[in-house]
Write a protein that binds this ligand. Structure first.
Ligand code: ZN
Length: 405
């Protein structure tokens, strides 16, 4: 059973031999599966309406998918409810690429965690991203003893843009790298960055409530995803987040992208730590120990009332408020979701943001704007990666089948 579903998602070679009619049927099967994947369950009528497939045709395809083991049905008061079959595992792998170590998480199609492993990188992904990712993938497959298992997709989460020190691949190079890894591994491959993963997870959590919204992520980098008409923009091959690299303050701080005054040089974790170190070196009194380079520690000290920590986080919030004001004028979102550990600093960070908004954003817009604060965690990273790889599988498979014979 596992084998046939694996083939359904991967049989690239046999595509050429499919007739137009077979393509159409496979496309409809894929869309039925995709709908159940994202909605959980539905009956034949709902699926037929949602996908614009005739009722008898949908029923026929659903019966076929059930027979093949992809989906199952439950009879409730003579109404058959269809959902994804848990007995037919479809595995995806998330590889969180670190500088020295990488972490792998294996999930099934319900996001149930199957296995977790870490490995030491043999080739540095910073020096040679292509060789690095290939080597990491190889070690993980070996460590997980996955050769026999049916993983259909792999998503790599890259280290922050700044770690690459100007060596970050162009969007075109990243796309080529994905194709290279795809032909090497025979899996669907997605290469994303940390912020993409967090944004995708946040979108998934709120998606039904989002219409025109912004999702801003602040960690070691600063990122933005735009949700318009309920759909999140697809920025697969980011050249570093443009939002994090827009110039905001005129003080000449050099950014990892080579330019000066980027937002990221003001409000990322790195920037906050750097500012605190600078103040400490000038002899400013603080509860923060000079060598404690950790954002968690700085937030804890802010919560304990440390003035240097409070001032620095407040100032970062204020600059973010200014940046959001620009976005509000350009895009006019109804809500802004801010995902960061800084949200943990009680209302120090949010007070900073509101002060920035009050200063730079028309009051009418500020009053209408809803700001939602979300904390960051590593579960979000894997969850976002999980959805990103399934997005990719559906999108690639769909476009393959849509190309007319
Ligand atoms: Zn920059």
């Amino acid at each position: 059973m596992g084998k046939s579903s694996y083939n359904f998602f991967t049989n690239e070679g046999s595509l050429r031999t499919l007739s137009t009619q077979e393509r159409k049927i496979n496309l409809q099967r894929l869309l039925l599966f995709k709908h159940l994947f994202s909605q959980g369950q539905a009956n034949c009528g709902e699926l037929s309406d949602a996908l614009n497939i005739s009722y008898p045709n949908a029923l026929n395809l659903l019966q076929r998918l059930t027979k093949e083991g992809f989906i199952k049905s439950n009879e409730q008061k003579r109404n058959k409810i269809f959902s994804i079959n848990e007995n037919n595992e479809l595995l995806t792998l998330t590889i969180q690429v670190g500088i020295k170590k990488s972490y792998a998480t294996l999930n099934d199609q319900f996001y149930d965690k199957k296995e977790e492993k870490s490995i030491d990188n043999i080739v540095s992904p910073i020096k040679d991203l292509g060789q690095g990712l290939q080597a990491i993938y190889g070690s993980i497959i070996k460590t997980l003893k996955l050769a026999q298992k049916d993983i259909i997709g792999v998503s790599f989460i890259l280290p922050p843009f700044s770690e690459f020190r100007g060596n970050f691949p162009t969007p075109e190079a990243l796309q080529d790298l994905e194709s290279e890894l795809q032909s090497y591994s025979k899996k669907f491959i997605s290469i994303i960055n940390y912020s993409n993963a967090i944004q995708r997870a946040t979108y998934e959590k709120y998606k039904l409530k989002l219409n025109n919204s912004l999702i801003i992520t602040i960690n070691n980098e600063v990122g933005l995803a735009i949700v318009s008409n309920g759909r999140m923009n697809n920025r697969e091959h980011f050249p570093g987040s443009e939002f994090g690299h827009f110039p905001i303050k005129n003080n000449g701080t050099l950014c990892s992208c080579g330019k000066k005054d980027c937002l990221e040089t003001q409000i990322s974790y790195f920037a906050i730590i750097k500012q605190i170190n600078h103040e400490l070196s000038k002899g400013v009194k603080s509860l923060i120990e000079p060598d404690n380079h950790c954002i968690q520690n700085i937030i804890d000290k802010a919560l304990a009332g440390d003035q240097l920590a409070i001032d620095t986080i407040y100032k970062a919030g204020n600059i973010l408020g200014k940046a959001i004001s620009i976005l509000v004028q350009l895009i006019d979102p109804s809500e802004v979701l801010i995902v960061s550990e800084l949200s943990r600093s009680s209302n120090v960070f949010s007070n900073g943001i509101f002060s920035g908004l009050n200063l730079y954003c028309p009051l009418k817009k500020t009053n209408q704007l809803k700001i939602i604060f979300e904390k960051n965690n590593s579960d979000k990273l894997v969850l976002g990666s999980f959805y990103t790889i399934w997005d990719k599988i559906f999108r690639k498979k769909q476009s393959e089948l849509q190309i007319s014979a």
